[in-house]
Write a protein that binds this ligand. Structure first.
Ligand code: GDP
Ligand code: MG
Length: 302
């Protein structure tokens, strides 16, 4: 399946609700009126784009529609697409991993898809010819390291793991040492995501971060926050908390295939100002796609 087909497939639920609704509105459009903009606002809010972002988008569209005197559905569709794309553009979506080794630290609350994303990322980077080493930094449950081992095997890369309950920072320390010794290009560190004790979690993450600073000074590092698209605006609140306590360089939005409210990606880009770098559209190895705002909007409205 081609890349564009995969996005379209992953967005199927959102397309069936939001995309279909919008295209119906464009088809009936014969010129600007307030009813149209009200219906648009409702549709975008229902898609989880968020009240704030929706208002901005609709205001911008109203303005350009009046100025240009649009009469055709195609015109207003293209104008909306352009505005949505602009709000999705929060900077470079490519991973910056030029040093050897470089590090990807993957954070986020329980169940959002961190471990799965790491497995997919390992395969993605492996496909680019990089030597990847996984580091089982979620030591909270034995099953977490087990799950990561399965992904390591699937992606054909090494893994460093300790026993359940051991210090995650110590696993990362060993992972980095192994990466140096074996000439790995990228170390990807899994972390635990339990939230019942938030300050504990944040302390653990900063301890891991300090180990990386110390063992790999000057190395390129991505801290990717994984957010589950099906949790909607709640995911946005989590993201704000993580952004405050650990410097996030990018976002991976998972489970877009499982929601009709894929508009959450807009709310995230617009309100966090952190680039969404990948989207997850399923549970298989190749269900991780580098994010591209233009293609996203095109897939949504096609
Ligand atoms: N449909 C779908 N399921 C996903 C996606 N990413 C992860 N999952 C599933 O979400 C569940 C939790 O994933 P896991 O990686 O264990 O989350 P973690 O606790 O953050 O490490 C698993 O059943 C995954 O298969 C995705 O993009 N789409
Ligand atoms: Mg996990």
């Amino acid at each position: 399946m081609g890349f564009f087909e995969k996005i379209k497939n992953g967005l199927l639920r959102t397309k069936k609700s939001v995309g279909a609704q919008l295209n119906g509105m464009f088809a009936a459009f014969t010129g600007a009126n307030e009813e149209f903009f009200e219906e648009l606002e409702e549709t975008l809010i229902l898609a989880d784009i968020g009240v704030e972002t929706t208002e901005q988008v609709v205001d911008e569209l109203r303005e350009v529609t009046r100025r240009e005197g649009y009469r055709k559905g195609e015109e207003i569709k293209n104008a909306l697409a352009e505005i949505l794309e602009k709000h999705l553009d929060t900077g470079d979506t490519a991973l910056s991993l030029s040093t050897k080794p470089s590090v990807i630290l993957v954070v986020g609350v329980n169940g959002v898809g961190k471990t799965t994303t790491i497995g997919k990322l390992a395969a993605f980077l492996g496909g680019e010819g990089k030597k990847v080493l996984l580091c089982a930094g979620d030591t909270f449950r034995a099953a977490a390291a087990e799950q990561l081992s399965v992904w390591a095997e699937r992606a054909g890369c090494d893994i460093v793991r300790h026993e359940e309950g051991s210090d995650p920072a110590a696993v990362v320390f060993d992972g980095i040492a192994a990466a140096k010794a074996r000439g790995a290009d990228v170390v990807i560190c899994d972390t635990a995501g339990r939230l019942h004790n938030k300050s504990n979690l944040m302390n653990e993450l900063s301890k891991i971060s300090r180990v990386i600073d110390r063992e790999l000074p000057g190395a390129d590092r991505e801290t990717l926050l994984v957010i589950d698209a099906t949790t909607g605006q709640n995911g946005l609140i989590q993201a704000k908390q993580f952004k405050e306590s650990s410097g996030i360089s990018g976002i991976v939005l998972t489970k877009l295939d499982g929601t009709a409210k894929g508009g959450i990606v807009l709310a995230i880009c617009d309100q966090l100002g952190v680039p969404v770098k990948f989207i997850g559209v399923g549970e298989q190895t190749d269900d991780l796609l580098p994010f591209d705002g233009h293609e996203f909007v095109e897939a949504l409205l096609s």
